[in-house]
Design a protein around this ligand. Structure first.
Ligand SMILES: C[S@@+](CC[C@H](N)C(=O)[O-])C[C@H]1O[C@@H](n2cnc3c(N)ncnc32)[C@H](O)[C@@H]1O
Length: 285
Protein backbone atom coordinates (compact mmCIF):
# COMPACT_ATOMS: atom_id res chain seq x y z
CA UNK A 1 0.00 0.00 0.00
CA UNK A 2 1.27 3.48 -0.83
CA UNK A 3 1.74 6.09 1.91
CA UNK A 4 1.85 9.87 1.66
CA UNK A 5 5.44 11.03 2.10
CA UNK A 6 4.62 14.05 4.29
CA UNK A 7 2.77 11.86 6.82
CA UNK A 8 5.71 9.42 6.95
CA UNK A 9 8.12 12.28 7.52
CA UNK A 10 6.10 13.69 10.43
CA UNK A 11 5.78 10.24 12.00
CA UNK A 12 9.54 9.61 11.68
CA UNK A 13 10.39 13.11 12.98
CA UNK A 14 8.32 12.39 16.10
CA UNK A 15 10.33 9.18 16.63
CA UNK A 16 13.62 11.05 16.17
CA UNK A 17 12.48 13.63 18.74
CA UNK A 18 12.56 10.94 21.41
CA UNK A 19 16.36 10.62 21.00
CA UNK A 20 17.20 14.10 19.78
CA UNK A 21 18.55 15.38 23.08
CA UNK A 22 20.84 12.37 23.41
CA UNK A 23 22.23 12.70 19.90
CA UNK A 24 22.18 16.49 19.49
CA UNK A 25 19.70 16.73 16.62
CA UNK A 26 17.26 19.14 18.26
CA UNK A 27 15.33 21.14 15.69
CA UNK A 28 16.66 19.03 12.80
CA UNK A 29 14.31 16.05 13.14
CA UNK A 30 11.99 17.06 10.31
CA UNK A 31 14.86 17.92 7.92
CA UNK A 32 16.71 14.71 8.70
CA UNK A 33 13.59 12.59 8.25
CA UNK A 34 12.99 14.29 4.87
CA UNK A 35 16.61 13.67 3.82
CA UNK A 36 16.42 10.02 4.82
CA UNK A 37 13.18 9.53 2.91
CA UNK A 38 14.82 11.02 -0.19
CA UNK A 39 17.73 8.63 0.44
CA UNK A 40 15.34 5.66 0.61
CA UNK A 41 13.70 6.88 -2.59
CA UNK A 42 17.02 7.52 -4.35
CA UNK A 43 15.99 11.06 -5.39
CA UNK A 44 14.37 14.27 -4.14
CA UNK A 45 10.72 14.04 -3.06
CA UNK A 46 8.02 15.59 -5.21
CA UNK A 47 5.27 17.70 -3.55
CA UNK A 48 2.36 15.51 -2.36
CA UNK A 49 4.19 12.34 -3.42
CA UNK A 50 3.05 8.88 -2.31
CA UNK A 51 5.71 6.20 -1.69
CA UNK A 52 5.58 2.43 -2.11
CA UNK A 53 5.73 -0.13 0.69
CA UNK A 54 9.30 -1.07 -0.35
CA UNK A 55 10.49 2.55 -0.04
CA UNK A 56 8.69 2.83 3.27
CA UNK A 57 10.52 -0.25 4.62
CA UNK A 58 13.87 1.12 3.43
CA UNK A 59 13.06 4.46 5.07
CA UNK A 60 12.19 2.79 8.37
CA UNK A 61 15.50 0.93 8.35
CA UNK A 62 17.36 4.23 7.82
CA UNK A 63 15.40 5.92 10.63
CA UNK A 64 16.26 2.93 12.84
CA UNK A 65 19.98 3.52 12.17
CA UNK A 66 19.64 7.23 12.97
CA UNK A 67 17.84 6.34 16.22
CA UNK A 68 21.02 4.53 17.37
CA UNK A 69 22.93 7.81 17.06
CA UNK A 70 24.65 6.90 13.78
CA UNK A 71 25.49 10.23 12.09
CA UNK A 72 23.36 11.21 9.09
CA UNK A 73 26.51 11.51 6.96
CA UNK A 74 27.37 7.83 7.39
CA UNK A 75 23.83 6.81 6.49
CA UNK A 76 23.62 8.96 3.35
CA UNK A 77 27.33 8.64 2.44
CA UNK A 78 27.57 12.38 1.83
CA UNK A 79 28.83 15.49 3.60
CA UNK A 80 28.90 19.11 2.46
CA UNK A 81 32.05 21.15 2.90
CA UNK A 82 32.73 24.65 1.56
CA UNK A 83 29.82 24.38 -0.87
CA UNK A 84 30.80 20.99 -2.30
CA UNK A 85 29.62 17.47 -1.71
CA UNK A 86 32.18 14.91 -0.51
CA UNK A 87 31.56 11.18 -0.26
CA UNK A 88 32.17 9.48 3.07
CA UNK A 89 31.78 6.01 4.58
CA UNK A 90 31.63 4.74 8.16
CA UNK A 91 35.06 4.47 9.79
CA UNK A 92 36.20 7.95 8.77
CA UNK A 93 36.19 11.38 10.39
CA UNK A 94 33.24 13.57 9.34
CA UNK A 95 34.53 16.99 8.23
CA UNK A 96 33.25 19.84 10.42
CA UNK A 97 32.05 23.14 9.04
CA UNK A 98 34.54 24.91 11.34
CA UNK A 99 37.44 23.60 9.20
CA UNK A 100 36.28 25.71 6.25
CA UNK A 101 38.09 28.58 7.98
CA UNK A 102 41.35 26.60 8.07
CA UNK A 103 41.03 25.98 4.32
CA UNK A 104 40.28 29.66 3.62
CA UNK A 105 43.37 30.72 5.59
CA UNK A 106 45.52 28.41 3.47
CA UNK A 107 43.95 29.64 0.21
CA UNK A 108 44.59 33.26 1.21
CA UNK A 109 48.29 32.57 1.79
CA UNK A 110 48.80 30.49 -1.35
CA UNK A 111 46.96 32.49 -4.03
CA UNK A 112 49.65 35.10 -4.64
CA UNK A 113 52.56 32.63 -4.72
CA UNK A 114 54.19 31.19 -7.85
CA UNK A 115 53.61 27.42 -8.22
CA UNK A 116 52.91 27.00 -4.51
CA UNK A 117 52.98 23.69 -2.60
CA UNK A 118 50.44 22.89 0.11
CA UNK A 119 50.53 19.88 2.43
CA UNK A 120 47.46 18.96 4.49
CA UNK A 121 48.52 16.46 7.14
CA UNK A 122 45.87 14.32 8.87
CA UNK A 123 43.74 15.07 5.80
CA UNK A 124 40.93 12.55 6.45
CA UNK A 125 38.63 12.42 3.40
CA UNK A 126 40.39 15.54 2.11
CA UNK A 127 38.06 18.51 2.80
CA UNK A 128 40.82 21.06 3.43
CA UNK A 129 43.20 19.74 0.75
CA UNK A 130 40.44 19.66 -1.88
CA UNK A 131 39.14 23.13 -1.04
CA UNK A 132 42.67 24.45 -1.47
CA UNK A 133 43.30 22.47 -4.67
CA UNK A 134 40.11 23.78 -6.29
CA UNK A 135 40.50 27.30 -4.88
CA UNK A 136 44.14 27.64 -6.01
CA UNK A 137 44.33 25.67 -9.27
CA UNK A 138 48.01 26.54 -9.85
CA UNK A 139 48.97 25.00 -6.47
CA UNK A 140 50.28 21.46 -6.01
CA UNK A 141 48.47 19.88 -3.06
CA UNK A 142 49.37 16.80 -0.99
CA UNK A 143 46.98 15.22 1.52
CA UNK A 144 48.48 12.74 3.99
CA UNK A 145 46.76 10.53 6.54
CA UNK A 146 47.64 7.46 8.61
CA UNK A 147 44.42 5.76 7.44
CA UNK A 148 44.48 4.01 4.04
CA UNK A 149 40.69 3.99 4.02
CA UNK A 150 40.57 7.78 4.47
CA UNK A 151 43.13 8.53 1.74
CA UNK A 152 41.37 6.19 -0.70
CA UNK A 153 38.16 8.13 -0.08
CA UNK A 154 40.00 11.46 -0.40
CA UNK A 155 41.45 10.35 -3.76
CA UNK A 156 37.98 9.29 -4.94
CA UNK A 157 36.62 12.68 -3.88
CA UNK A 158 39.43 14.38 -5.83
CA UNK A 159 38.50 12.43 -8.99
CA UNK A 160 34.80 13.26 -8.63
CA UNK A 161 35.54 16.95 -8.16
CA UNK A 162 38.20 17.12 -10.87
CA UNK A 163 40.96 18.22 -8.48
CA UNK A 164 43.84 16.96 -10.63
CA UNK A 165 46.39 19.01 -8.70
CA UNK A 166 45.74 17.06 -5.45
CA UNK A 167 47.43 13.75 -4.48
CA UNK A 168 46.72 11.63 -1.43
CA UNK A 169 48.98 9.16 0.36
CA UNK A 170 48.94 7.03 3.44
CA UNK A 171 51.60 8.51 5.69
CA UNK A 172 52.46 8.96 9.34
CA UNK A 173 52.63 12.79 9.29
CA UNK A 174 55.28 13.73 6.67
CA UNK A 175 56.97 10.29 6.49
CA UNK A 176 55.92 9.55 2.90
CA UNK A 177 56.01 13.05 1.44
CA UNK A 178 58.34 13.09 -1.61
CA UNK A 179 61.91 14.20 -0.70
CA UNK A 180 61.88 16.85 -3.43
CA UNK A 181 59.43 18.85 -1.25
CA UNK A 182 61.96 19.19 1.59
CA UNK A 183 62.20 22.91 2.38
CA UNK A 184 59.78 23.73 -0.49
CA UNK A 185 56.33 23.69 1.12
CA UNK A 186 54.51 27.04 1.24
CA UNK A 187 51.71 26.07 3.63
CA UNK A 188 51.15 23.11 5.95
CA UNK A 189 47.67 22.71 7.46
CA UNK A 190 46.54 20.32 10.18
CA UNK A 191 43.26 19.67 11.95
CA UNK A 192 44.69 17.17 14.42
CA UNK A 193 42.96 14.59 16.60
CA UNK A 194 43.35 16.79 19.70
CA UNK A 195 41.08 15.33 22.39
CA UNK A 196 43.08 14.43 25.55
CA UNK A 197 42.95 10.64 25.88
CA UNK A 198 41.04 10.67 29.19
CA UNK A 199 38.35 12.94 27.69
CA UNK A 200 37.33 10.64 24.83
CA UNK A 201 34.88 8.88 27.15
CA UNK A 202 33.10 12.21 27.75
CA UNK A 203 32.46 12.94 24.05
CA UNK A 204 28.86 12.77 22.79
CA UNK A 205 27.84 9.19 21.97
CA UNK A 206 27.31 9.85 18.25
CA UNK A 207 30.98 10.89 18.00
CA UNK A 208 32.53 8.40 20.43
CA UNK A 209 30.66 5.39 19.07
CA UNK A 210 30.88 6.12 15.35
CA UNK A 211 34.05 8.07 14.56
CA UNK A 212 37.27 6.03 14.93
CA UNK A 213 39.26 6.75 18.07
CA UNK A 214 42.48 7.59 16.15
CA UNK A 215 40.60 10.42 14.40
CA UNK A 216 39.65 12.00 17.74
CA UNK A 217 42.76 11.58 19.91
CA UNK A 218 46.44 10.87 19.36
CA UNK A 219 46.40 9.00 22.67
CA UNK A 220 48.50 11.60 24.51
CA UNK A 221 47.48 12.86 27.91
CA UNK A 222 47.16 16.51 26.84
CA UNK A 223 46.04 15.86 23.25
CA UNK A 224 49.09 17.64 21.78
CA UNK A 225 51.23 14.65 20.81
CA UNK A 226 50.68 15.08 17.09
CA UNK A 227 50.76 18.88 17.30
CA UNK A 228 54.20 18.77 18.92
CA UNK A 229 55.41 16.43 16.19
CA UNK A 230 54.04 18.56 13.35
CA UNK A 231 55.66 21.68 14.82
CA UNK A 232 58.97 19.85 15.05
CA UNK A 233 58.90 17.82 11.81
CA UNK A 234 57.17 20.55 9.77
CA UNK A 235 60.05 23.01 10.24
CA UNK A 236 62.28 21.24 7.72
CA UNK A 237 59.56 20.83 5.07
CA UNK A 238 58.29 24.41 5.14
CA UNK A 239 60.22 26.94 3.07
CA UNK A 240 61.47 30.12 4.78
CA UNK A 241 58.49 32.52 4.85
CA UNK A 242 56.02 29.62 4.59
CA UNK A 243 53.26 28.88 7.09
CA UNK A 244 52.07 26.22 9.53
CA UNK A 245 48.32 26.53 10.27
CA UNK A 246 46.86 24.47 13.14
CA UNK A 247 43.13 24.15 13.89
CA UNK A 248 42.48 23.79 17.60
CA UNK A 249 39.92 24.52 20.37
CA UNK A 250 40.03 28.15 21.60
CA UNK A 251 40.87 27.04 25.15
CA UNK A 252 44.11 25.51 23.82
CA UNK A 253 45.26 28.27 21.50
CA UNK A 254 47.55 29.91 24.06
CA UNK A 255 49.34 26.57 24.63
CA UNK A 256 49.78 26.05 20.90
CA UNK A 257 51.14 29.58 20.48
CA UNK A 258 53.77 28.82 23.13
CA UNK A 259 54.69 25.54 21.43
CA UNK A 260 55.07 27.31 18.06
CA UNK A 261 57.25 30.06 19.55
CA UNK A 262 59.40 27.50 21.38
CA UNK A 263 59.66 25.61 18.07
CA UNK A 264 61.27 28.61 16.38
CA UNK A 265 58.28 29.91 14.38
CA UNK A 266 57.59 33.64 13.97
CA UNK A 267 54.38 35.65 13.32
CA UNK A 268 52.58 33.41 15.83
CA UNK A 269 48.90 34.38 16.04
CA UNK A 270 45.52 32.97 16.89
CA UNK A 271 42.59 33.75 14.64
CA UNK A 272 39.04 32.51 14.13
CA UNK A 273 36.31 32.59 11.54
CA UNK A 274 32.58 32.80 11.92
CA UNK A 275 32.42 29.71 14.19
CA UNK A 276 34.22 30.68 17.35
CA UNK A 277 34.49 27.18 18.77
CA UNK A 278 37.72 26.58 16.89
CA UNK A 279 40.79 28.68 16.28
CA UNK A 280 43.50 28.57 13.69
CA UNK A 281 46.88 29.21 15.23
CA UNK A 282 49.46 30.35 12.69
CA UNK A 283 53.24 30.27 12.72
CA UNK A 284 55.76 31.31 10.06
CA UNK A 285 59.13 29.77 9.24
C1 LIG B 1 40.31 15.37 13.41
S1 LIG B 1 40.54 14.33 12.00
C2 LIG B 1 40.70 15.56 10.72
C3 LIG B 1 40.48 15.05 9.34
C4 LIG B 1 40.34 16.14 8.27
N1 LIG B 1 41.49 17.04 8.29
C5 LIG B 1 39.06 16.89 8.46
O1 LIG B 1 39.09 18.03 8.96
O2 LIG B 1 37.99 16.34 8.14
C6 LIG B 1 42.20 13.79 12.28
C7 LIG B 1 42.82 12.89 11.20
O3 LIG B 1 44.16 12.58 11.63
C8 LIG B 1 44.51 11.32 11.13
N2 LIG B 1 45.72 10.88 11.85
C9 LIG B 1 45.82 10.41 13.11
N3 LIG B 1 47.12 10.15 13.39
C10 LIG B 1 47.86 10.46 12.30
C11 LIG B 1 49.24 10.41 11.98
N4 LIG B 1 50.14 9.98 12.86
N5 LIG B 1 49.64 10.82 10.75
C12 LIG B 1 48.73 11.25 9.84
N6 LIG B 1 47.39 11.31 10.08
C13 LIG B 1 46.96 10.94 11.29
C14 LIG B 1 43.24 10.51 11.35
O4 LIG B 1 43.21 9.34 10.55
C15 LIG B 1 42.15 11.53 10.98
O5 LIG B 1 41.77 11.40 9.64
Amino acid sequence: MEAIAEALISEAAAKLKTVSERFGLEGEEQNEARELLAEALGRELLPGEAVTAAVRRRFQRLIGRRMTGEPLEFITGRVRFAGRELKIRPGMFIPRVTSEFLASQAVRRLRGRRLPAHVDVATGIGPVALTVALGVPHARVWGLDISQKAVNQAAANARRLGAENASFRRSDLFARLPDKLWGQVDVVTIHPPYVPSAMVADLPAEIRKFEPRHTLTDGSRDGFGLVRRVIDEGRGWIRPGGWLLIEIMPSESRRIRSLLKAGGYGDVRSTHGEYRETRVVTGRR
